[in-house]
Design a protein. Sequence first.
Length: 287
Amino acid sequence: MLVSAKEMLNKARDGKYAVGQFNINNLEWTKSVLDVAEELRSPVILGVSEGAGKYMTGFKTVVGMVNGMLEEMNITVPVALHLDHGTFEGAQKCIRAGFSSIMFDGSHYPIAENIEKTKILVNTCDVLGISIEAEVGSIGGEEDGVVGMGECADPKECKAIADLGVTMLAAGIGNIHGKYPANWPGLSFETLEAVKKEVGDMPLVLHGGTGIPADMIKKAISLGVAKINVNTECQLSFADATRKYIEAGKDQQGKGFDPRKLLAPGAEAIKATVKEKMELFGSVGKA
Ligand code: 13P
């Protein structure tokens, strides 16, 4: 059964480790992440962007697929199904479809509007026992080939959002989605410490988990980060393994048209990435 992310994140914060959010794109991806979580006895969060939800034909399909897998694969570790960077409308759709956790990303709105919209969703989530993530200070990333540097959140604005009763807070600390550019100055621990001081016990979320050096990850966890999002690294390992398999001509051997064989190396590569991240984040054996 899907669970809210609240308990797993509070435990992670207290135990000084982080739960990984791995974004899913298809059945193989989801199966790989669940397989590793169960094998390593780690709690896990499955992230779904609105684009990925659309690709998989809609949020209801995702909920059906994940719930089916939890049962058929005999998954016993805590699993949350979480909307990643949701719009206000997308968040409401996910709540109706049966997600156990949502993120409302109102970071591009003026703070008053971010507060107003987040508050409405907090009220709904409270009633239903769904966890909710909010964002302050937008996370940079590549758009149309241009890499935008991540913003640093205003700690006072973080407090205003945290006080609404969200479950977890994503504060921009110079982190970026996708690959980090060579001139990236690194995470702003100064901002992280200032945010932590304002929001107290609130579990913090680190987006852009791909490519952050291990020592920075560990330091961020020691300063209150309890959830780390990983997407691009799984995409890269999936694509790389699939490409190598095709280039080696292996898809031409035997039944070259078998989609299950074609997608197997990518699925294995995702497993290796998820395993490495769970070990780094310290969530192994914490289920
Ligand atoms: P990366 O793609 O950089 O791993 O970031 C993922 C993320 O933060 C999703 O919200």
